[in-house]
Ligand binder design. Sequence first.
Ligand code: SF4
Length: 581
Amino acid sequence: MMRFRQVIDPLSPENKLLLATGPMSGTSAQSFSKWIAVTKSPLTGTFSRSLGGGDFGAWLKWAGFALIIFEGRAAQPVYLHITDGKYEIRDADAIWGKTTSQTHAYLKKEHGPKARMVYVGPAAEKLVRFSPIISGRRAAGRGGMGTVMASKNLKAIVIEANRSETLANPAEFKRLVRQQIKGYKETMDGVVFQEFRKHGTVMGLDWFYSNFGSIPMKNHRFGELEGWPENIGMWPYAEVTEKHVGCYGCMIKCGKVRRIPSGPYAGISSEGPQLETAWAFSGPTGCTSRDATIVASHRCDELGLDTISTGNTIGFAYELFEKGILTTKDTDGLVLNYGDHEPMLELIEKIARREGLGNILAEGVKRAASHIGKGAEEYAMHVKGLEMPGYDPRARKGMGMNWALGNMGANHNYGWPQQEIHDPKPRLLDPVADEGQGDVLKWNHDQTAALELAVACYFSSHHLQFFDLGLVAKMLEAALGVPRFGSEDYLWYVGDKVYNLERCFNIREGFDRKDDTLPKRFLTEPLRGGIRDGEVVRKPDAILDQYYDVRGWDRNGIPTKETLARLGLEELDRDIARFRR
Ligand code: SF4
C-alpha cells in the first residue's frame, strides 16, 4: 500500500538517499548514461532530485545495479566499493576531510584507473546544506544531495565493472540508435551547433543579457552591470577554453575545460564555468572578473559546494553589508563591496569550513536570513529555500512562475520554459506576459519528469532538442520489451503522475499555495536597468490558478480526489485530504 511515512529530518539516519541509473545507461544510446540522486532535501525540506553526468551512470549499470537505496548512518566514515554485482563497505579514514580531487586520486590509486566513482567534498562533511555529490567535475548539484550522503558517513561509491548490455530487442534498439546518431550528426553540422560547440552554455550569457534583459545583477536588483558581457560573456571564456568534454555515450560534449593563462590565478582550471556558475560568481556580487569565476568554480568543485546556492548566499551577504545589516564585525573583517571578488573567494572557503559568517551562510539564504534577523529576510532570494538561478523573474515571468510552482523550488534544471525563447511546442510564450502561462508550465513539468524517469539528459533533449519523448518511448520499449513504454502518451501520463506524487510528498511536509510564490522583491520592486527596466511580476495568483486548474488541483494547490484517482494515486488521499480547501 502506498502511504507516506511520517515527517523526518533530512539529515537524520531515517532519510533515504536513492542513487539510480537509467535503463539505457551504458548502451550505445546517446545522452542516456546519466545517474540520478533522490532524497528529501536538507536545504528545502521538499522532495528533491538531481541528475549527474560523467561516466558513473554507465559503470553503475554495468556493475548490475539499477538503484541503490542508502539509509541509516555508518558508525564511522566509509565508502562503498562495488565490483561485478558484489559490494563491500570500506573504511574511509584516509579520505575523510580530503578535497574531491584528492579523494579521486586516492581511490584511483586504490582501485585502478578503470574504476569510476562519486564522492562528497569536505563541505558536505561539515553538513553545508547545499553540497552536491560529485563525479569527476560533474555534479548532482542542487538541493544538498551530497549533504545527505555525508550525513550517513558515506564519503564515496567506487565501481569496477566491465561493459555489458542487456536489451529486449537488440536489432530494433540498434536501428533507433542509428536514427538518433544520424539526427545528432545533422544537427551538429549546423551553424547554431558549431557556435554552441565553441562556447557551450556561456553563449547564453550574452544572449539572455542583451535580448531578454533577464540576467539578475547585485542580488537580483538590476538588469544590467558594467562589464557585461565584455568581461563575463562567451568571448572571454572562449579565449581560455582548452577542450570539450562530456558524459559517457554523448557526442555533444557540452562541457568546456577552461584554464587561466596568466595573472595571480594562472594555471587554475575548471570544467566550466557553465552559464549558471559564471553568473553565480559575477551577477550576485557585481564582480566582473572572468578569472575569479573560474577560481570560484574550481573551489566549489574541490570543496563540494553547489555553485548557484554558494554564489547567491554570498550575493545576499554583499547586499546585507551594503544595507548595514552586516558589518566587518560579522564578516571577520571582510569588506563586502560590490565588484570586489577577493572577499567572494574567501567566503567560499569560509562556507565550506563553516567558519565565522560562513557558518551562517552554509545554512542557505532562508535559514541565514532568519538567523541574522534585522529584516534580512527581505534580501533572501529563494523559492521554498532553494536559491535562485541566473534569470530574473520580472524579465522572464514564465521562468519565475516555473520556480514558484516547482516541487524543488527555484531549480533551473526543471521545467525550463524554452517557449519564452524559441520553442513553439506546445506554443510560444511572451516572456513578459502577466498571465496565461499555466498550461505550458505544466507541459514542461510533465516532460521533465518523464525524461528524468528514463534518466535521459534533460539538457540535450529539452534545451538542445536533439531528441523528443516520442523517440525516448520507442527506445524504452526496445530496451525493456514493455509495450506500453513505447507510447509517448503513456510517458506524458507518467510525467503527470510523477509530478503529482512529488507534490503530495511536499503537501505532507506542510507545503501548499503559500509556498508557490516568489520573493517579495520580484512582486513589488521594479527591475532596474536593461531592456526590461521597470518590469515586475504583476499577477502571480492568476498564473497559479490557471496552473492548478489544468493540473486538477484545488485553490490551495492540493490534487483533488478525482485527479489522484485518474493517476492511480488514490491511496494518497488519506495523507493530503485535510489540506484541501
Ligand atoms: S549534453 Fe552534456 S550533460 Fe547531456 S549527456 Fe551530453 S555531455 Fe552530458
